[in-house]
Write a protein that binds this ligand. Structure first.
Ligand code: NAD
Length: 394
């Protein structure tokens, strides 16, 4: 349990998982916000990753066992930056230790796990926020503001496309590379390429799209039809998903995500919101395809640096989280939205697998997916079964 009381002092933070997104976004944001945040410790099963991140970002403590970080009474909140199949287990442990939680997206691997996270944090009286960073990205905030002002009238269709080259993932992986859970057993494939640990583009990427579409439409999804493919011969999980969503207010959503395009392909994100009276299209240069025109013509250099480094989003996400704790108020992004986006992504996975329209009120598929089956065999560092976290509420 944290010994911190009241507001005014800095929020003392521990980071769990020191991989790509932690080192690329959260830890630098914590450092920039040092006036209100203090990095106390970093934990990662890879000792070198924990040690290097702690040294680089000024934490006094580095652990390979998350339990040791959670046992510290001088930590108020944790930022969970591990893959989604660990989110529920680690959030439950953090809540039990009295720590507030900012957890990366997707919220969890199943809706049941997401519900267990909501329940555990509520019972423990700690804040839970999910890092849907795009909610804090200026271009998406401007779109929502345009909708709120009534610039385009009632929203009827939202389209979200995201196309990424495989080289982007190699470039973003940083010094340590993505975590390969089975490296000790000789399998050096990163978790996000393995069916045992990931559901592919539907959760890695499209959970962002699902969240943004819900946000812009302003209603709950009723049904989804999706098709997915493994287009990369080396991939184990779908790298291409396209989905059509029907919302309760009659609006439609459409999304297409491809994340293993050939190396030279530029990153391309497109957001279009069609309303009764007009259209708003994302134009923020920091997120648009980079085009360079010179006397020889127009080229599209690799632009994932400008695309993914949206430091202001991670800063305002963290600041909002810290301010909510200091003020003892609600977090700026209700985790229920992340739960709903996850439910939509998982319904899309099911739709693409079963080749039919899936209604959201069908509830969650039983835990018979390949990833869930393998997860059942994974135990946490404290020997707990991560699938034992709860079964209620689909
Ligand atoms: N918000 C965004 O736009 C965004 C972008 C990228 C990744 N993410 C999310 O962040 C999460 C992590 O992704 P990543 O790309 O950083 O992956 P990664 O493989 O680069 O990093 C994961 C880290 O977790 C560590 N780890 C594994 N098991 C652990 C355990 N039991 N305790 C402590 N540390 C452990 C690994 O060693 C690794 O360093 C995922 O949920 C991913 O979807 C979000």
């Amino acid at each position: 349990m944290s010994d911190r009381v009241g507001s005014g002092s800095r929020l003392r933070v521990g980071v769990i998982g020191a991989g790509t997104i932690a080192v690329g976004a959260h830890l630098p944001a914590i450092l920039r916000l040092r006036d209100s945040l203090e990095l106390v410790a970093v934990a990662d099963v890879r000792a070198e990753a924990a040690k290097e991140a702690a040294e680089r970002f000024g934490a006094a403590h580095a652990y390979t066992d998350t339990r040791e970080l959670l046992d510290r009474s001088d930590i108020d909140a944790v930022v969970i930056c591990t893959p989604e199949f660990l989110h529920a287990e680690q959030t439950l442990a953090a809540a039990a230790a009295g720590k507030h939680v900012l957890c990366e997206k997707p919220m969890a691997a199943t809706v049941a796990e997401a519900d267990a996270m909501l329940d555990a944090c509520q019972r423990a009286g700690v804040r839970l926020m999910i890092g849907h960073s795009r909610r804090f990205t200026p271009r998406y905030q401007r779109i929502r503001e345009a909708i709120d002002r009534g610039d385009i009238g009632e929203v009827r269709l939202v389209r979200e496309n995201e196309r990424r080259p495989i080289a982007m993932y190699t470039a973003q992986a940083g010094w340590a590379g993505y975590w390969a859970p089975d490296a000790g057993g000789g399998n050096a494939r990163p978790w996000l390429e393995q069916a045992a640990y990931s559901q592919g583009a539907a959760l890695t990427n499209a959970v962002h799209e699902m969240d943004l579409i819900r946000w812009f439409v302003g209603a709950e999804a009723v049904s989804v039809y999706a098709e997915s493919r493994i287009t990369d011969p080396n991939a184990e999980v779908p790298d291409f998903i396209t989905a059509s969503i029907r919302f309760a207010n009659g609006a439609l959503g459409a999304t297409e995500v491809v994340n293993r395009l050939p190396p030279g392909y530029p990153v391309y994100h497109l957001t279009e919101v069609f309303g009764r009276d007009g259209l708003v299209r994302a134009l923020d240069p920091a997120m648009a395809t980079l085009a360079v025109t010179d006397p020889t013509g127009t080229t599209f250099p690799a632009n994932w640096g400008t695309l993914l480094q949206v430091p202001i989003a991670y800063e305002s996400q963290l600041r909002g989280f810290a301010d909510a704790i200091a003020a003892d108020g609600p977090v700026p992004l209700d985790p229920v939205h992340a739960r709903q986006a996850l439910a939509l992504s998982l319904a899309a996975v099911r739709s693409s697998r079963e080749g039919r329209v899936v209604r959201l009120d069908e509830g969650e598929e039983d835990a018979a997916t390949p990833a869930a089956a393998v997860r059942r065999g994974i135990t946490g560092s404290d020997g707990t079964d991560p699938d034992g976290v709860g079964t209620e509420g689909q």
